[in-house]
Ligand binder design. Structure first.
Ligand code: SF4
Length: 176
């Protein structure tokens, strides 16, 4: 398994552990996609994992996704109550690339330690934050992610930059 995939899985396991422990203080659930009302870019090592995942799908699943992505998206509301466009992969409040979603998406909702402070979705931990051992150190995760990128050799010629916007990645997937 690649270092990048391991990093993604570790981040997801951390989130699952926090959710199991603090679910009464967390609103994260299927159908809540407020944190997906955003526009993000990702390292190309993650984009390659998404492309590999997509290429491994059967033709009918690929075509189903390509058809879905032709639909116009509607504005929604982010976790701060502000009107916002959804992520390019969000349809019916569900992530259409869920199994291959980027690392940042796997950590949303957890307490994130960043810039000497702990932060989380405003819908979570409204009473109090959990103890420090349950915070995800974002700078450490970002450093590890950068290290994976430094050692990344793209297997696809269109992933020759350091980062890619998800909306550009969707355009590429749509013509593969
Ligand atoms: S890739 Fe999926 S999980 Fe991540 S922001 Fe977009 S819709 Fe949400």
């Amino acid at each position: 398994m690649s270092h990048g995939k391991t990093l993604q899985e570790n981040a997801e396991q951390f989130f699952d552990k926090i959710f199991d422990k603090h679910k009464e203080q967390m609103s994260c659930a299927k159908g809540c996609a407020k944190c997906c009302h955003t526009d993000i870019s990702i390292f190309t090592w993650e984009a390659e994992l998404i492309v590999d995942w997509f290429m491994a799908l059967g033709e009918s699943d690929k075509n189903r996704l390509k058809s879905l992505w032709l639909y116009d998206q509607q504005k929604g509301e982010d976790q701060y109550g502000k009107e916002a466009m959804p992520c390019t992969f969000l349809y019916d409040n569900a992530c259409s690339i869920y199994e291959a979603r980027p690392i940042i998406c796997r950590t949303q909702g957890a307490p994130l330690f960043v810039n000497d402070a702990v932060d989380a979705c405003p819908l979570n931990f409204t009473e109090h934050f959990p103890q420090k051992t349950d915070w995800l150190e974002l700078s450490r995760l970002n450093t590890l992610s950068s290290l994976v990128q430094m050692n990344f050799e793209a297997g696809y010629s269109f992933l020759n930059e350091e980062r890619i916007e998800l909306k550009d990645l969707r355009k590429i997937l749509s013509i593969l």
